[in-house]
Design a protein around this ligand. Structure first.
Ligand SMILES: Cc1cc2nc3c(=O)[nH]c(=O)nc-3n(C[C@H](O)[C@H](O)[C@H](O)COP(=O)(O)OP(=O)(O)OC[C@H]3O[C@@H](n4cnc5c(N)ncnc54)[C@H](O)[C@@H]3O)c2cc1C
Length: 94
């Protein structure tokens, strides 16, 4: 899978770092992203304030398109299993 160079920052908009970014559409594509050289950092919604979701020394894995609900176990303690890119904000619009 090919990466794209993106200028990323956290919620605080500082610092901003140009980073090789992978944006897999499916979990099956994640393994190919991990074969790239250097370190890889997962990035969720990018809402942390500082540089927690930046990786100037390597690449980031954007999880936003991994946004599927995988399963729901009902019962006394219901359990919803989702992919890493699910956000409650986007899901509540469904
Ligand atoms: C307006 C606002 C209000 C907030 N209020 C609160 C609050 O009330 N309470 C609170 O606790 N926090 C709060 N936060 C902080 C926010 O919840 C955290 O920073 C949270 O980590 C953001 O999630 P994210 O998915 O955007 O993470 P990102 O910023 O994308 O990533 C944060 C860290 O998590 C790692 N990470 C992300 N996804 C994965 C993954 N799938 N696997 C492994 N590691 C991963 C990243 O590598 C990075 O190190 C607030 C933030 C904002 C902007």
């Amino acid at each position: 899978m090919r990466s794209k160079s993106l200028a990323l920052s956290g919620w605080g908009r500082f610092p901003q770092t140009k980073t090789a970014a992978f944006r897999p559409e499916r979990m099956s594509e994640v393994a190919a992203c991990l074969k790239s050289d250097g370190t890889m950092l997962a990035r969720g919604a990018g809402r942390s304030y500082g540089d927690q979701a930046l990786n100037s020394a390597g690449a980031v894995l954007l999880t936003e398109r991994l946004d599927r609900f995988l399963g729901l176990e009902t019962g006394d303690a219901p359990l919803l299993t989702v992919e890493a890119g699910v956000s409650w904000g986007r899901s509540s619009a469904c």
